[in-house]
Design a protein around this ligand. Structure first.
Ligand code: ZN
Length: 168
């Protein structure tokens, strides 16, 4: 490389030493101005950007994923460990599938997918905010398959069942 000081000479590596668990240090010397320095390589991480619905970007924040899950699971029988596990799974998916940018919608879908298996009430809570249902019928469409499931299954939604029967 060209010497960054005099910008004339060749800034060549004249020595290299490995460090325990770190990047090797390199001794570089200029054949023009005769400067000698040690250099260490550095990782310059590109932070992941979230592309929002309106096209604006904001830095990816795992705390927001956790916050969304916690809010949806408020007063539900979901442990902190379950939430942490869901956050970890989402982070793994984000970093393995996206580089540089991730659409906010993809993040929302990942949260929805985890909530769907964790807790139905939490799922509906999150979905109702995230999907921004335009009217009640749209909301019912989303929830109906789950009500049918709980009618056949263990159903901890007995109140809902009664209400649903009236509607039938
Ligand atoms: Zn130089």
């Amino acid at each position: 490389m060209k010497c960054p000081f005099c910008r004339k000479g060749d800034f060549a590596v004249v020595d290299s030493r490995s460090q325990d668990g770190g990047f090797p240090r390199r001794r570089r010397a200029c054949d023009h101005c005769k400067r000698k320095v040690w250099t260490v390589e550095q990782i310059v991480e590109t932070p992941l950007q979230v592309i929002k619905k309106d096209g604006t970007r904001e830095p990816f924040d795992a705390g927001k994923i956790r916050g969304g899950l916690e809010k949806a699971c408020y007063k539900r029988p979901i442990s902190a460990e379950q939430i942490e596990a869901a956050v970890a799974e989402i982070l793994e998916e984000v970093y393995s599938r996206y580089f540089g940018e991730v659409p906010a919608q993809a993040l929302g879908d990942m949260v929805m997918a985890r909530l769907k298996t964790l807790d139905q009430v939490a799922y509906v809570r999150f979905a109702s905010i995230y999907r921004e249902f335009k009217d009640v019928s749209e909301f019912v469409q989303e929830v109906q398959p789950m009500l049918k499931q709980s009618r056949n299954g263990t159903g901890n939604a007995s109140k809902k069942r009664k209400r649903a029967k009236k509607a039938d």
